[in-house]
Design a protein around this ligand. Structure first.
Ligand code: ADP
Length: 595
């Protein structure tokens, strides 16, 4: 949820919105002009099949000469008492030429209306009129920032399904059929369907139909019915055409902190739920797991710039001075009754300061909340630091949705540690391996292997598998799986090597039980199953923290099970190898005895 800052529109040539159009500097650009006009909407200067400078010259000459002629005729009519409304064919032609050249010249002096009038008359779409080429060339990148890019190449052809009939939904009401055609023709922008129709389901249905006809490809398997499209409007997804179905499996019961949880996992990866379920069983029969929330704070770090590194350092000293904290907290906490500033850390890179604000956010995951608080503080700081230039509300030191050591070391969201002791006999019977094999594998794979791979928070077997599945089921932001899956799995033989102590430490689990996708019916049902739906009635933040511990508990189960499978696989392989040797030996012995 990075804040978007829309860049200013690109500078427009003094000629108006059609910069290279009327005042083309050189005749040598004629080819380019022709190429442009071949793919661009028709414009006024296309009126004559001449180079641009000649077209301009013709219309200028026409306008002034015709105006001169008509003024002369007017004077003669007054002199000889001829009625003004009696016009000859020549005069009529002159009047038409005057109007035509006048319209052309309006375009020359940058009157928008003229060009839009011409475009519309040529069957152009409405949305082209209110969106400039420069606007269309801005795209939103993966960090929610608008970036410029070169204009897309003209679409030459649309790939059609081989041997497919044109995709037309016969059952579409006539009224909707007209709207589909308008969307296809570009007369109605697809994104405006919801606001125009006031019916989100109908909008999705029309958009879907238009999409299929434009692309010539069917999306029949993507369901439309059975979803509340009103619930995502302005919150979760734009321009919907249906919804993807992801099966939800249940792992559990997960016995965690004395409570039993049935953990919903949305996944299409076979074995994942079964494997996690097996881990839950091993934990359950060994007495369950225990979790501790070490920290709970969402972060946002704007980047600000000064004229000197000295000034940037002064800001750092100001923000990190304990005497200023209370004032900053009062300003920050105005953003929400749930936002409570915890600390401010400032890192300098030359003249630039990266200020990492951390705050508790109740049961919300908290990105909106913390961003609003940061905005308040930045406005407040302009009194003492008027020379501070806010470059971006997010300077990536936060760090959201990117692998980063700062989250691994400092934590982000909920920092959780979860542990369990699994008895040796359970390791043998349920997990089909041994304590020694698990400990050795953990050391060589999760710790040493990840170290030599240069891993950043990836000291585990597959934490992201469980995190992603629970995130999707419970309406979390799946992109935050990047940092939420940071995890170190530790295994240690205890009780003279009979039992195993296993733990997962996850410093940045970013979850919420209010806001975003948690409100949607299916996701809300999964939260309800876990008993953490919505805002906590006990204390703000309790539900979100409990959800974070459940995520960590499920990861513990997943780690236990997969590591056991791998350890057992190694044993099976070495066992088979050993047997084969035995067979060989026995064969040799037999052969020896038979010869
Ligand atoms: P986020 O900050 O995770 O993006 P939203 O801004 O979408 O979350 O949702 C948080 C909203 O929910 C805020 O408006 C907040 O006032 C409201 N809210 C209600 N109850 C709670 C609660 N217990 N904890 C946090 N926020 C809550």
């Amino acid at each position: 949820m990075d804040i978007r800052r829309r860049p200013p529109k690109p500078p427009v040539n003094s000629n108006g919105p059609y910069p290279s159009f009327h005042k083309d500097p050189s005749p040598s650009s004629d080819d380019a002009h022709r190429r442009r006009t071949a793919i661009a909407p028709p414009k006024a200067s296309d009126a004559l099949p001449l180079p641009l400078y000649l077209t301009n010259a013709v219309f200028f000459t026409l306008f002034f000469s015709v105006a001169y002629y008509l003024l002369h005729r007017w004077r003669d009519k007054i002199r000889y008492n001829t009625p003004l409304h009696v016009v000859t064919i020549t005069e009529l032609g002159a009047i038409i030429a005057l109007i035509a050249s006048f319209i052309y010249l309006l375009g020359f002096f940058g009157i928008d209306f003229v060009q839009s009038f011409i475009s519309r008359a040529s069957g152009d779409s409405w949305d082209l009129a209110d969106t400039t080429d420069a606007d269309r060339n801005f795209l939103i990148n993966d960090d929610h920032r608008l970036v410029t890019c070169s204009p897309p190449p003209p679409i030459v052809s649309v790939a059609k399904l081989p041997n497919s009939e044109p995709i037309v939904n016969e059952s579409l009401p006539e009224e909707d059929e007209e709207i589909v055609k308008s969307v296809i023709g570009g007369v109605i922008p697809s994104y405006s369907l919801e606001s125009r129709l006031g019916d989100c389901k109908r909008a999705a249905s029309i958009r879907r139909e238009a999409l299929q006809r434009i692309t010539g490809r069917s999306i029949e398997g993507l369901p439309l019915d059975g979803f509340d499209y009103e619930s995502i409007l302005g919150q979760c997804c734009e321009m919907p055409v249906g919804y993807v179905q992801i099966p939800v499996g249940i792992a559990g019961p997960l016995l965690l902190d004395g409570c039993e949880y049935s953990v919903p996992m949305a996944t299409t990866e076979g074995c994942l739920v079964a494997s996690t379920n097996r881990g839950c069983k091993a934990m359950y029969v060994s007495g369950g797991a225990t979790s501790t929330v070490l920290k709970d704070g969402m972060t946002r770090a704007p980047v600000v710039r000064f004229a000197s590194a000295r000034r940037a350092a002064e800001l750092k000293f100001f923000l990190e001075n304990p005497e200023n904290f209370d004032t900053l907290a009062v300003v920050f906490n105005r953003s929400s009754r749930f936002a409570r500033l915890q600390n401010v850390k400032c890192t300098i890179a030359g003249k630039n300061a990266y200020v990492r604000f951390s705050c508790s956010t109740g049961d919300a995951m908290g990105m909106n909340m913390v961003s609003k608080g940061v905005q308040n503080v930045l406005e407040f700081l302009t009194d003492d630091f008027p020379d501070m230039d806010v470059i971006g509300i997010s300077g990536n030191f936060c760090s959201d949705k990117k692998p980063a050591a700062v989250n691994w070391i400092e934590g982000r969201g909920k920092s959780v540690v979860c542990e369990a002791v699994i008895r040796g006999e359970i390791v043998n019977k349920v997990l089909k391996t041994s304590v020694a094999a698990l400990v050795e594998l953990n050391m060589l794979k999760n710790l040493t292997g990840s170290a030599i791979a240069g891993s950043l928070g990836g000291f585990n077997a597959h934490a992201s598998n469980i995190v992603s599945a629970v995130f999707i089921a419970t309406g979390q932001d799946p992109a935050q799986n990047v940092e939420s899956s940071q995890c170190i799995t530790m295994m240690e033989a205890i009780n003279d090597g009979k039992d195993i102590h296993i733990s997962v430490t996850m410093p940045s689990i970013e979850v919420g039980t209010v806001g975003g996708g948690t409100q949607l019916a299916s996701q809300s049902a999964c939260l309800n199953l876990l008993g953490v739906k919505g805002a906590s009635t006990e204390a703000p933040g309790m539900n979100a923290r409990r959800l974070a511990t459940i995520v960590a508990g499920a990861v513990l189960a997943g780690e236990l099970s997969l590591m056991s499978a791998i350890a057992a696989g190694q044993l099976v392989r070495s066992h088979m190898k050993y047997n084969r040797s035995s067979r060989d030996i026995s064969g040799a012995t037999t052969a020896t005895t038979t010869t």
